[in-house]
Structure formats: C-alpha cells, structure tokens
Design a protein around this ligand. Structure first.
Ligand code: ATP
Ligand code: MG
Length: 417
C-alpha cells in the first residue's frame, strides 16, 4: 500500500505553485508599501494561547483545533489562525518598545479539523496583517484600503467589502442581553448548536447558516442600534474615511465574525463565486486582546485571507511557469560533457538551461526541448566541439545563428532580457 497525504491536506504542485508565489509576492509588495514587516512565529503553540484569545465557545476552540500532548506531556496545538501567535510574540518580545505602531504581516499554514470541501481544508494557508498600538479609525480605513489594493493588484475581482461594528466592552454586554432575550422567545425554531450556545455566544446565532436560524433571526435586534457613543463615532468616522479614499464597501449588520476577541470594526471580503465558502478575507479590531494575553493594553486590528480561496477566485487564470530559455542537445559523450559544462556555467550566471541526461537520440532530445517549451536550442556534435561554436536555434521564429561558446551567456542574456 502506498502512503497518501492526510485528508484535507493538499500538495501544491509545480504548475499550481506559480499562482501561489504570485499572490504571495503581490501581498509582500503591497503590504510592504503600506509599512508592514513580516513576522514568522512557530506553527505550534501552547493550547492555552488559543483558548484564551479565540474563546472557549467558538467553533475553532470547541471543535476545530489539532491539539496533542507532546512527549513532555505539554498540551500543544497546531495554530488554527495567526493573530493569537503574533500577539503572543508582540508581548513576549516587547515589540511595543520599538515604536508605538507595529505593522506586521505573516504568511503560512493554519490547521483546523473541519469537513474538507471546496475552499475548506484541514491544512490551509493564510496571509494576514496586524496593526498593534493605534485605536484611531485612520488605521481601520488604511487596513481596509490595503486589502482593497491587494485585490486590485492581484487581479482578483468579484469580491466586495462588507463592514460592521461589534461594539466594545461598554456597549456589547447590553446588546448581548437584548439579543439573548430575543432568542429565548424563539428557542424552539433554532438549531441544536444555537440552542446550546445562545447564552454563551448569542452573536453566533446571527450568522448561523441553518435556514431556520436565519429566518428566526431576520428581525433580531441589531448591534448597530446599540453602540455606545465612542463606538458609534468610531464606526461613522471609519466609513467616511473609506468614502474619502473611494474604497467601496457596504454595511452588513449581520456580520458578527466567529472569534471572541473582536471589538468595534469587523470586515470581510466576500464573494458569491465559492458557494458557502463566501469569505475570502476577514478581520477586525481586537482592542482588548493584548491585555487579555498579559501584555500592556494596546489596541489592535488585523485580517487574514485564505490563499486557497484566492487561488480558486483566479479560476483558470493560472500564472504560467517561467519559460525555459535554453535546451542544449548533444550527440556523443564529449559533446554531452560540453553541454553539461555550458549549462552549469549559464546557471551560475543567471540563465536557466537544461540538458539530456540519458544519452538519448537527437530526435528524443528535441522532443523534450519542445515539451519544455524551450525558447532556444543549442545543438552540439563533434564539429561544434572542434570549431568552438554552434547553431543557436530560435524555436519561436525558426531562425538560427552561430554563436561562439564563450559568447553564449552574453547573447542569451541579451535575447531573453
Ligand atoms: P468560514 O466562515 O468560511 O469558516 P472563518 O470565519 O472561520 O471562515 P477566519 O477564521 O476569519 O475564517 O479566517 C480568515 C480566512 O481564512 C477566511 O476568510 C478563509 O478565506 C480562510 N479560511 C478559514 N478557514 C479555512 C479552511 N478550513 N480552509 C481554507 N480556508 C480557510
Ligand atoms: Mg470557520
């Protein structure tokens, strides 16, 4: 029996990886321009970190975490998301001493034990960004403008930005109580999950996907009608800043996000192209999180995008692998040795080149050169070795020209520039 990968965990193969690398490079470029630096944290953390930050009654902590005991009997978890780890690192490394504003981004695999389906996997990849230290709506608007810029530069359309406010520790408890009372009167029509958690996490019922729950909560009290003065001002100002930047958005009062740490502004980049996996990116403010994790009170805001969903959004618009500049075909042992030296020399000098390793016929070598879509082919035999020059075939224009071996690098650099 051959061994296969674990269910819900995928290989990313040559031919697919180019699109990934393109999206990653686009994020690095855009985020860099907005002042963000990369941070890399471990893939495993102490389980407590996620329980304390994400919240005990959330889907992630209740049922999606890969939690193990290691050989030292420590409870550890494969990270299900990035924010908790970045905040842990921010506190542990006292990043707040560097500058009052920390703009950080990360990129890497996350793990959740979910039912695998299109756009939903057990190992998936996120690119995320966090700003710690600023409570001004300027940052809310800037982070969303950056997200908007990323989608434009990545060539992904068919997405739209939705925003909401979840209030703060001043106004949310009042809203929660109002909502619980509302739900209490409709318990019989709620799904089992919502009946179980309507008191511990009532906001989750608002974005429950079960049709009965959607219907029952259609006219549920809205958080936006219960915001305190501070949260209301923050939300209005965020909206007018976005309008000023001409970042298109809509307010979605039903968007509650699944994690406990969110406060005030929350947002999602949504699409109708990926079935029920409709969020491509999601985030929000988490003003109490750093303090909750034992750090100095520092407001924060961030988002994460799912790379698999971004790749799906590009559909058949795959980024093509870069083309092979040169294949050196050789006939006979001496010519093969020369092809090998020439190819290595080119590789050392910045040009990709491929040769034959099997002593195949010229015809077979040309077939492979064609399959690799080589732009140029150089053919070496005894005559070429003797004269120190060979024909460089331009495969696109069926033209050829003689080139001396010592001029090969220079000529190819010119032709493939
Ligand atoms: P969903 O509602 O689809 O479960 P979520 O609210 O759990 O999403 P977040 O925790 O906010 O998602 O993660 C941010 C982004 O990461 C999502 O918008 C999505 O693009 C991606 N993502 C989350 N879970 C998965 C998964 N299991 N597989 C692939 N991508 C995922
Ligand atoms: Mg989820």
């Amino acid at each position: 029996m051959t061994i296969t990968a674990i269910k819900g965990m995928n290989d990313i193969l040559p031919g697919e990886i180019e699109t990934w690398q393109y999206l990653e490079a686009t994020a690095r470029r855009v985020f860099g321009r907005f002042g963000f630096s990369e941070i890399r944290t471990p893939v495993v953390e102490k389980t407590d970190l996620f329980c304390r930050s994400i919240g005990e009654t959330t889907d992630i902590v209740e049922k999606e975490m890969y939690t193990f005991e290691d050989k030292g009997k420590n409870r550890i978890t494969l990270r299900p998301e990035g924010t908790a780890s970045v905040m842990r690192s921010y506190i542990q490394n006292k990043l707040y001493n560097n500058d009052p504003v920390n703009k950080l981004y990360y990129l890497g695999p996350m793990f959740r034990y979910e039912r695998p389906q299109k756009g939903r996997y057990r190992q998936f990849h996120q690119i995320g960004a966090e700003v710690v230290g600023v409570d001004s709506p300027l940052i809310d608007a800037q982070v969303m403008a950056m997200l908007d810029t990323f989608f434009r530069e990545a060539g992904i359309d068919g997405v739209s930005l939705e925003i909401n406010s979840l209030g703060c520790k001043e106004c949310r408890p009042g809203y929660r109580d109002t909502l619980i009372a509302f739900l209490e009167a409709r318990l019989d029509v709620l799904c089992e999950d919502c009946r179980r958690r309507y008191k511990t996490n009532p906001l989750r019922t608002i974005d429950c996907k079960v049709p009965g729950c959607r219907e029952a909560t259609a006219d549920a009290p809205k958080i936006l009608d219960h915001l305190c003065r501070g949260c209301d001002d923050h939300f209005s100002r965020t909206q007018s800043l976005l309008q000023g930047l001409e970042v298109p958005f809509t307010v979605n009062a039903r968007m509650v996000r699944g994690l406990d740490y969110y406060t005030r502004t929350t947002f999602e980049m949504v699409t109708d192209r990926l079935g029920s996996q409709n969020a491509v990116a999601a985030g929000g403010r988490y003003d109490g999180l750093v303090e909750e994790l034992g750090g100095p009170a520092s407001p924060g805001i961030g988002f994460a995008m799912g790379l698999e969903r971004l790749v799906l959004m590009r559909g058949d618009d795959k980024v093509a692998p870069s083309r092979l500049p040169l294949f050196i075909a050789a006939m006979g042992e001496a010519a093969t040795d020369k092809a090998f030296t020439l190819a290595t020399d080119l590789q050392r000098n910045g040009i990709e080149a491929e040769i034959d390793y099997f002593g195949k016929s010229l015809k077979a070598q040309m077939r492979r050169a064609n399959k690799l879509e080589a732009r140029f082919v150089l053919i070496l035999g005894e005559d070429e070795l003797a004269s120190g020059e060979a024909e460089l075939k331009d495969m696109d224009q069926s033209a050829q020209e003689k080139v001396r071996f010592e001029k090969l690098t220079e000529l190819l650099k010119e032709k493939t520039a």
